[in-house]
Design a protein around this ligand. Structure first.
Ligand SMILES: [Zn+2]
Ligand SMILES: [Zn+2]
Ligand SMILES: [Zn+2]
Ligand SMILES: [Zn+2]
Length: 274
């Protein structure tokens, strides 16, 4: 056990050229062997097994109420530590290796990293645009959408507010372009029977390097005034068209007075980071 590890180390140490490190690695031809046979997600610790040795991830084990789907024996009481060791020992590169990320991870952990990797690709939030690129390039790419009837607003962090106008029958998202950091934010409306859900997100991976932002939204109608504070703006790599379950402002239907026009005041600020 420990001997194997030492042998590998010895091999690596004996070579001076970094490229030779590959000499002591093995090739696994089928990475799927490291995925949960039930849900096909990458296996992560704890890995569980039934008395017959069928393995599953802990999520599947819970979902199937501790019953092995292959042989119906109880599952969930025995950990498959051998497989857990294998998963840990398989080192894979960040999926963005082709864009220059040099980080490596134990199998499965690269997917967690990918959401934070600053080199992960983001999709342009303009309708019908297929462009994907680094979040740093999105701002300048977005210039090609100038003048399109898709609605975008320019602003600077700390501005009092931007007045954002929606004609909900025509479009449901507008893009706010932050001048100083060159970032794109999207204000997205989802119409549901009882009201309109409004979300504000930043198009970027969730890396710390991007920064953190808060948002203040308000809307008003005659004598009513409604405000909403989002302490942390979500970072997303592409627009999501599913009605959100959290982090939204709900503008009740009666507020719209039967019209499909919605006027919002939006103020996005950059949070100070330690
Ligand atoms: Zn599973
Ligand atoms: Zn079984
Ligand atoms: Zn990476
Ligand atoms: Zn585009």
């Amino acid at each position: 056990m420990a001997g194997l590890g030492n042998q590998n180390n010895l091999l690596c140490e004996s070579s001076n050229d970094e490229n030779d490190v590959d000499d002591c690695s093995a090739t696994l031809l089928d990475l799927k062997a490291l995925d949960c046979p039930i849900c096909t997600d990458a296996l992560t610790t704890p890995i569980l097994q039934c008395d017959n040795g069928h393995i599953s991830c802990s999520t599947c084990c819970n979902k199937l109420r501790n019953k092995c789907p292959s042989c119906a024996l109880p599952n969930g009481h025995i950990r498959c530590r051998a497989m857990e060791r294998v998963i840990k020992a398989v080192i894979v590169p960040c999926p963005n290796v082709k864009f220059g990320c040099k980080q490596k991870f134990s199998y499965g952990e690269e997917l967690t990293h990918e959401k934070e990797c600053t080199l992960s690709l983001c999709s342009c939030p303009a309708r019908n645009c297929k462009y994907t690129g680094s979040y740093k390039d999105l701002y300048s790419h977005f210039k090609i959408h100038k003048g399109e009837r898709g609605y975008s607003y320019r602003f600077t962090f700390g501005d009092k507010f931007a007045q954002v106008y929606f004609e909900l029958t025509e479009y449901t998202s507008v893009v706010m372009k932050e001048r100083k950091d060159g970032l794109l934010f999207v204000v997205h409306c989802f119409t549901e029977p009882h009201g309109v859900y409004v979300t504000v997100s930043c198009i970027a991976p969730s890396a710390l390097e991007v920064g953190e932002f808060s948002c203040h939204i308000s809307t008003f109608l005659e004598k009513y005034n409604m405000t909403f504070d989002l302490p942390k703006v979500k970072k997303i790599q592409k627009l999501n068209f599913q009605t959100p379950e959290e982090d939204f402002m709900l503008v009740p239907t009666y507020f719209l007075h039967g019209s499909q026009a919605l006027k919002l005041r939006i103020c996005i600020s950059k949070l100070n980071q330690e």
